[in-house]
Design a protein around this ligand. Structure first.
Ligand code: IDC
Length: 457
């Protein structure tokens, strides 16, 4: 962006445009804010705020931004005149830093108090203009960066929707890993660059199996691998869905103690991040909704104690089918919801196995329950078999229309038709060319890479 501005300025000068008298010329505006918490202690913090002017020179300025929760308060600031009204903080220039040239910047700072997890402020404006400028990648989660996390910030549930920092409904579209105990070779800088940049994926679901050589065999090792994938997603501005991948046995209560230990650890470690969503039980099966709800009501408080503001997703009965695969339906959840706020319910489908009656359940449930399709396949429920383009397209059209977020099984080169990459792909370095994609991968890449147009006001 900086280079482009310089280039435009050079062209304008070369063309003599600066001397043209343009009636009613509109001043170019734009700004970027780099916000950094420089230190934090119990209940208090200090932050640096760097303003960069990307528009025409300004000779007086006021920076405004919104503190993220009612508990946050400005204590004192420097290098500007600071004030707070409600949750809005204003900082007006002092005499020595009143002018900001194009590309010029100034550093401010403040101390404040906070409750909760101390997320970053939002809605930075300079003289009333939103600071959405991005002059290149120091921190992709900065407000103003154009990545999914940079644009949407900390998510929350509003009504039946997933909402962004502007309280507007959004849909996240992305991919799930395969079991990280088997496919770690598929998750590296090159593959995640391709996911973020070529696929333009909004999220990475991190499928941490609990059994089948997963978490239970090495809790510390798997916890640290999950954390490093969270960081790799964050560095690329993607959301990270931490999936406690229970499958067999199907009763999540079998893993209740493991879940509490795992989530206490990952929630404490990732509390300050904006990109983390927790999925507490992949696919409960052979177990009642009451038992699942009881599990959820024990695990959710453990996460909330460490990370109060993150969205949490609860699996549903019958392999997260809202009960449909067990001959039940969504009413068992609607009539007996989990006693917690800021949560969503998981719905999973495999397009070649689950068709109209499952789509009907989702259509009915979508106006009553916040739903997140944390896993689906384009194939049969075995993860293999027929790739069903027609049913997958019907599903994705429905999810788009209902703004239901989704992650596809799998971003891997497993030798099964649900995998996005052909077998052997993860032994190489090419994750971008069409030659490495399966039919399923090609369809998903074409669906996920279309523009998101997330609302920003
Ligand atoms: C499958 C994998 C397969 C693995 C099997 C058992 O694709 O390679 O051998 O699990 O671990 C789910 C599960 C998901 C399944 C997937 C396909 O969440 O773990 O993965 N599936 O069967 N629910 C419905 C389908």
């Amino acid at each position: 962006m900086k280079r482009m501005l310089a280039l435009l300025a050079t062209c304008a000068t070369a063309l003599g445009l600066t001397t043209l008298a343009v009636p009613q010329a509109v001043a170019a505006t734009g700004c970027k804010v780099d916000y950094t918490v420089t230190s934090q202690w119990a209940g208090g913090f200090q932050a640096g705020v760097k303003i960069t002017n990307l528009g025409d020179p300004v000779s007086n300025w006021t920076l405004k931004f919104t503190l993220p929760d009612a508990g946050q308060k400005l204590t004192q600031g420097w290098n500007a005149t600071w004030s707070q009204s409600g949750s809005t903080v204003s900082a007006t220039n002092l005499d020595w830093n009143r002018t900001l040239a194009t590309g010029g910047s100034t550093d401010l700072g403040f101390t404040g108090t906070f409750t909760g997890s101390n997320p970053k402020p939002s809605a930075f404006t300079l003289n009333g203009v939103a600071c959405t400028g991005d002059i290149g990648g120091e921190d992709p989660t900065d407000p103003g960066d154009s990545t999914p996390v940079g644009t949407n910030g900390q998510l929350h549930v509003c009504g039946v929707n997933l909402c962004n920092q502007y309280n507007r409904p959004i849909q996240l579209r992305g991919m799930s890993t395969h079991g990280i105990q088997w496919f770690s070779k598929c998750y590296n800088n090159a593959s995640l660059d391709a996911l973020a940049k070529d696929w333009k994926s909004d999220l990475l679901r991190i499928a941490m199996y609990v059994q089948e050589q997963g978490y239970e065999t090495d809790p510390a090792g798997f916890t640290s691998r999950v954390n490093s994938y969270v960081d790799m997603a964050e560095a690329r501005g993607m959301y990270a869905l931490i999936d406690f991948h229970t499958l067999t046995p199907g009763d999540p209560n079998y893993n209740l103690d493991r879940a509490k230990t795992f989530f206490a650890s990952v929630a404490a470690r990732n509390a300050a991040k904006k990109n983390v969503i927790y999925e507490i039980a992949n696919e409960p099966n052979g177990v009642s909704w009451t038992a699942i709800k009881n599990y959820a009501e024990q695990v959710i408080p453990v996460i909330r104690a460490a990370d109060p503001d993150a969205v949490i997703i609860v699996g549903t009965r019958g392999w997260s089918s809202l009960g449909v695969s067990d001959g039940s339906n969504e009413t068992e959840v609607i009539n007996n919801p989990v006693n917690a706020t800021n949560i969503m319910y998981a719905f999973h489908f495999y397009a070649a196995s689950h068709k109209d009656n499952y789509r009907a359940a989702v259509s009915r449930a979508a106006s009553k329950l916040p739903l997140f399709v944390t896993e689906f396949g384009t194939v049969t429920a075995t993860g293999g078999g027929t790739f069903d383009r027609t049913s997958t397209t019907a599903w994705l059209d429905l999810l788009d229309q209902l703004k239901i977020s989704y992650a596809n099984w799998t971003y891997s080169d497993a030798n099964e038709s649900s995998a996005a990459f052909k077998p052997g792909t993860c032994n190489g370095t090419d994750y971008s060319s069409s030659a490495v994609l399966t039919d399923s991968g090609a369809l998903l890449k074409s669906r996920i890479s279309t523009p998101d147009s997330f609302p920003t006001s």
